[in-house]
Design a protein around this ligand. Sequence first.
Ligand code: HEM
Length: 188
Amino acid sequence: MNSLTKHRYDTISMSLHWLAAIAVVAAFALGPGDFGRLADSGVDPGTRLDIVAHESIGLFVFLLTAVRLVWVAVRPAPPSATGPDWSNVAAVAVRIVLWILLLATPVTALLTLAGDGRPLTLLAGLRLDAIPLVGRWALTQWTDWGEVHTFLGDAILWIAGLHAAAALVHHFIWRDNVLKSMLPRRRA
Ligand code: HEM
């Protein structure tokens, strides 16, 4: 690695980061607010493109997060922190919360479906009428996981928004390299 690349994340980290950002916003935008009412009235969720896309993109977020965590463990060293100490501590705390939400939001969705006995319906006609393992956990009946999932789904967007706002403060007010470190280099 040369001295210039140390100011930026590696290409794989950047690609996974922006793919995750797009997928989370898409999953949020497609969140099926009327899911319970529809399912209770006998509508098959597999016939609703918004629900099928939401569940597929949400599961993709989970798998992508698992891949990202593996990459974080083996990738080249990321750029070192440059801001004041308090902002570096805050940045790490926000990132930890985001990692937890990226895993917990899809897991609570599976608990919702398993607890209510609803199918998992995915793009390309993929479907699981009973979710293996999760369906048998006592945890599935512990609470209304639909409410928890909706709360976490909203929270992830708020926290990601805070994370994005902080990157803009770094760029436009502190005028440092933090935002650029996650952006591809401009061609000369
Ligand atoms: C990071 C990924 C995800 C995000 C950000 C997210 C976000 C949301 C949000 C905001 C809602 C509430 C919509 C509203 O009330 O208007 C919702 C509902 C729902 N989501 Fe997700 N979701 C994600 C992943 C998943 C996955 C993986 C599945 C299925 C396996 C899923 C299934 C559902 C279901 C069934 C509901 C309705 C819950 C209920 O009303 O009981 N979601 N989601």
